[in-house]
Design a protein around this ligand. Structure first.
Ligand SMILES: NC(=O)c1ccc[n+]([C@@H]2O[C@H](COP(=O)([O-])OP(=O)(O)OC[C@H]3O[C@@H](n4cnc5c(N)ncnc54)[C@H](OP(=O)(O)O)[C@@H]3O)[C@@H](O)[C@H]2O)c1
Length: 321
């Protein structure tokens, strides 16, 4: 990784690692937006990455088959990994029908449980599990500042995240270090969140959601990847970690800043009543809910963000396009 601070990469336990990061790491959801960036970064650092793939046609030297629905997967191919980074899950984007919500839930809760049960059967267990979760854990919390100590919220995403984290608890009980990454909206020009917003503005359809007073906890993809690498090499980090930039922003501010950066008007605000017509509660939970999360635990561990503020992040993203 280009700008990883090597002094951050000294393992706390002094184990034999390359630059402090493990020699071999298993990654689920490796073909996804976050997973592919992580795999590139780790591979660039000389780490052997073994991908957990769901499609038998993709099995290979560094790709091992797993089945999110089976608790008895033979994961011998990842034996020897120091860590598993578990990012797999059905996309939350799309129509929230009953079936889609079931897939969102099962592909996180049952799949995490099943992965952990299979990992625990390995001869040489990895010592670390970094498991994705989301700031959706906190539900809709208006202006309350949310640290990892804050209570869980209510709603479909909050329930899903709680059960997702609980499923990873099995690994903790078995003695593994478990980190539940409560990820905010991940921003990068290669990702759907920013691409959709930019194309809306470019077509003159940019605007805030509802009142715009709701907070959005966001993180630059590059910082998220650096944070995962940092956690891999810092054994003192465990438990819930808010994977968000230190300065969350309201939807109205974000809209205004994006509008200014793109030099496009932000006039087409989406009224709350219209958004709420979307089925399954998706608008309430994804666009209107307020989560003002701060990364208390990772800052205390010494992690340094490259993108603390949205202005610098947007400038960087737009220059990358
Ligand atoms: N991106 C964000 O803004 C954001 C915010 C908060 C939390 N998160 C969480 O972070 C994780 C990674 O996010 P991402 O944006 O990289 O997601 P993504 O691009 O949708 O990738 C997720 C990966 O999971 C696997 N997958 C897809 N459907 C699945 C299913 N039904 N069951 C099991 N695995 C399935 C796929 O990988 P394979 O085909 O390689 O198996 C897919 O590439 C997810 O768990 C997500 O909920 C992301």
């Amino acid at each position: 990784m280009a700008d990883t601070n090597k002094t951050d990469l000294v393992a706390d336990d002094g184990s034999e690692d390359i630059n402090g990061i493990p020699e071999m790491v298993a990654v689920s959801g490796a073909s996804g937006f976050v997973g592919s960036a992580l795999v590139n970064a780790l591979s660039g650092d000389g780490v052997r990455v073994v991908r957990l793939v769901r499609d038998s046609r993709k099995v290979g030297a560094d790709a091992v088959l797993w089945n999110p629905s089976a608790e008895n997967c033979d994961l011998t191919g990842i034996d020897g990994s120091s860590a598993v980074v578990h990012l797999a899950g059905e996309s939350i984007v799309g129509l929230w029908t009953k079936a889609k919500k079931r897939r969102i839930y099962d592909s996180r809760v049952a799949a995490t449980r099943n992965l952990v049960l299979s990992v625990l059967k390995l001869k040489h267990r990895p010592k670390t599990l970094i498991c994705a979760s989301a700031v959706g854990f906190y539900g809709d919390r208006e202006i309350e500042e949310l640290t990892e100590e804050s209570s869980a919220g209510e709603g479909f995403l909050a329930d899903t995240c709680q059960q997702w984290e609980a499923a990873a608890q099995l690994a903790r009980e078995a003695g593994m270090r478990v980190v539940n990454l409560r990820i905010g909206v991940v921003l990068d020009p290669s990702g759907a969140a920013l691409q959709k917003a930019i194309s809306a503005f470019r077509s003159g359809l940019g605007g805030r959601f509802g009142s715009g007073e709701q907070y959005m906890s966001w993180i630059a993809l590059e910082d998220l990847v650096r944070m995962i690498v940092f956690i891999l090499s810092h054994d003192s980090v465990s438990g819930a970690v808010n994977a968000v930039a230190p300065n969350p922003i309201t939807n109205a501010e974000y809209t205004r800043k994006l509008s200014r950066a793109l030099n496009r008007p932000a006039i087409l605000n989406a009224p709350e009543f219209l958004l709420k017509l979307a089925p399954g509660g998706i608008a309430q939970e994804l666009f209107l809910a307020s989560a003002r999360a701060v990364p208390a635990r990772i800052l205390a561990a010494g992690f340094e963000f490259d993108y603390r503020d949205i202005d610098k992040a947007l400038e960087h993203f737009l220059s990358k396009r």
